[in-house]
Design a protein around this ligand. Structure first.
Ligand SMILES: [Mn+2]
Length: 319
């Protein structure tokens, strides 16, 4: 494995998501910058906050986070690079270096950018699959390792971080181990977490909870969560599964926090409303942040705008 240790590595800071795409991105990044600092976040605004508080890193990489105005402001005057796979409203913004490509995972875009594609094809293909992409690399890896092995390894990694969604120390350690190019199931730390989730039957239990609590609104399956509730770590994923089985076209997870609601939107069928564009438009009107892919988007909205968002999506979907 080729590896160079940048003497400034400790001055490099990676900011990414805590899901499979983010974990694989972190693994790829750590293979190049083993001493870098890693932060896991869930939104562009959280990424901005991390950057603003970081006074010491010389270089900042933001991976798998769709940039909004606030994030670009935070990047301004820093040596910042944004690597992402969401549709972007500011592809040429001068405040950050932009490495943008759609149609494959952020981990895949990052691996190409760092020249690490040959070292982690299996992990990158796992990230592609969990992001619901369909890439030539996935076909190649399915042919080489067998689709069942690939699906199994994706499940192991995806279940592992859900054992404790707050545990970023686990995420960092797991990514560091994965950066040595092992399979997820070969990393004891990851395997143990996977077994916990598996043995506690959290996935089937989460599905049961969604079936009990989901409301159907036109073509949208809606699930409301409050405070620290996470549906055993499977919130959005379990909702997508149940709504899909019920033949619905959209899934909306509305997670109510103290001051706002985090909304996750998923499109379950081809050719529906472009949810990334919808979330962006809606949040622009209401002074908050949002955006994403055509079939996977997110937004933070004021508590009193929840209903309105669902109404507008329902109207657009024509149901
Ligand atoms: Mn992603």
């Amino acid at each position: 494995m080729s590896m160079f240790i940048n003497k400034d590595a400790r001055e490099t800071h990676l900011i990414t998501r805590g899901n499979v795409d983010g974990l694989v991105s972190a693994a790829v990044f750590l293979s190049r910058y083993p001493l870098c600092r890693v932060s896991f976040v869930t939104s562009p605004s959280a990424a901005s906050a991390v950057i603003s508080k970081d006074r010491h890193s010389r270089e900042v990489y933001v991976v798998d986070i769709c940039p909004d105005e606030g994030l670009l402001q935070a990047c301004d005057g820093r040596q910042a690079t944004i690597v992402d796979h969401h549709p972007c409203r500011f592809p040429d913004d001068p405040r950050a270096g932009m490495v943008l490509e759609e149609g494959r995972s952020a981990a895949s875009v990052l691996a190409s950018f760092l020249g690490a594609s040959d070292e982690f094809p299996h992990l990158v293909a796992i990230a592609d699959s969990v992001e619901y992409m369909s890439t030539p690399l996935m076909e190649e890896m399915d042919a080489e390792h067998g689709p069942r092995r690939m699906a199994r390894e994706a499940k192991v990694l995806d279940f592992s971080w859900r054992a404790n969604i707050k545990d970023d120390v686990f995420r960092y350690r797991a990514a560091l181990k994965l950066s040595q190019a092992q399979w997820p199931s070969e990393v004891p730390l990851i395997w143990r977490r996977f077994l916990t989730v598996q043995n506690e039957r959290r996935w089937p239990r989460a599905l049961g909870m969604v079936r009990d609590r989901m409301r159907v609104y036109g073509e949208i399956g809606v699930l409301e969560l409050k405070g620290r509730d996470s549906l055993l770590g499977f919130g959005t994923r379990a909702l997508v599964h149940v709504a899909g089985r019920e033949g619905l076209s959209y899934a909306a997870l509305m997670h109510r926090r103290d001051s706002h609601t985090s909304v996750s939107l998923r499109g379950l069928k081809e050719g529906g409303v472009d949810l990334g564009a919808f979330a962006e438009r809606f949040t622009l009107c209401h002074g908050v942040s949002g955006g994403g892919h055509p079939r996977s988007a997110g937004a933070r909205v004021p508590l009193d705008r929840e209903r309105r968002l669902l109404m507008e999506l329902r109207e657009l979907s024509g149901a």
